[in-house]
Design a protein around this ligand. Structure first.
Ligand code: C5P
Length: 221
């Protein structure tokens, strides 16, 4: 069975997807981590972020995988390195390139083949797994998302103002929305789950209820 969880940054997707996958004993596919991994290796190899052909070649050959909750490129654990601000910035042009997206779509489908999966991203329900049995678009108000992000950053010792977190978030949201291929949008048949005022546990509870209401059956085209 495939469950897709899409939505803007700061909506609580990762926490919810990870927790739901653990609860069901299913695989968790963090597709943002896949784009980040391509960006990391591109920077290391000196590939220009404007060179979409070279980026697509790279994306088509990288052995990105998830093992025991870690993000792997071949045998290398990149889980920590892909989370820096530098990589967040570099991931934008990588994720904007349609040919990179095509390569990632193939890889995401391959990773999900024959498995029960909770997959998280921007385009999982709309583009990559249109046949998924459960599609959720997780969202929260811009204020709530900025407050959450600000709290997380403060907990990591990063001192930024709430205002600058909110401005950066608005910019990312806009970039995600206007991307010509793979733009963030709820699939027509997605359930929209607004998480303002819900705890992480309550979100997982709602997702588990949606999953319980479905049966495996629909298969890929
Ligand atoms: O979710 P996360 O912040 O890790 O995503 C990293 C980057 O990858 C973001 O720029 C996001 O827009 C992009 N992304 C994407 N498609 C996905 C998942 C993430 O374009 N399915």
């Amino acid at each position: 069975m495939i469950v897709t969880l899409d939505g803007p940054a700061g909506a609580g997707k990762s926490t919810a997807a990870r927790a739901l996958a653990a609860r069901m004993g299913w695989c968790y596919l963090d597709t943002g981590a896949m784009y980040r991994s391509v960006a990391l290796v591109a920077l290391e190899r000196g590939i220009s972020l404007d060179d979409s052909a070279a980026l697509a070649d790279l994306a088509g050959t990288l052995a990105i995988d998830f093992r025991a909750g870690r993000v792997m490129v071949g045998d290398r654990d990149v889980s920590g390195e892909i989370r820096t601000e530098r990589i967040t910035q570099a991931t934008r042009p990588v994720a904007d390139a349609p040919s990179v997206r095509a390569a990632m779509k193939q890889l995401q489908r391959r990773l999900a083949e024959g498995r029960d999966v909770v997959t998280e991203g921007r385009d999982q329900g709309s583009e990559v797994f249109p046949w998924a049995e459960v599609k959720v678009f997780l969202t929260a108000s811009a204020d709530e998302r900025a407050r959450r992000r600000h709290r997380e950053e403060a907990a990591r010792g990063v001192t930024t103002s709430l205002e600058s977190v909110r401005a950066a978030q608005a910019q990312r949201d806009e970039g995600d929305r206007v991307r010509p291929v793979g733009a963030m949008q709820p699939a027509a048949d997605a359930v929209i789950l607004e998480t303002d005022g819900l705890s992480a546990d309550e979100v997982v509870e709602r997702l588990a209820t949606l999953v319980a209401g479905k049966r495996p059956g629909a298969s890929p085209p």
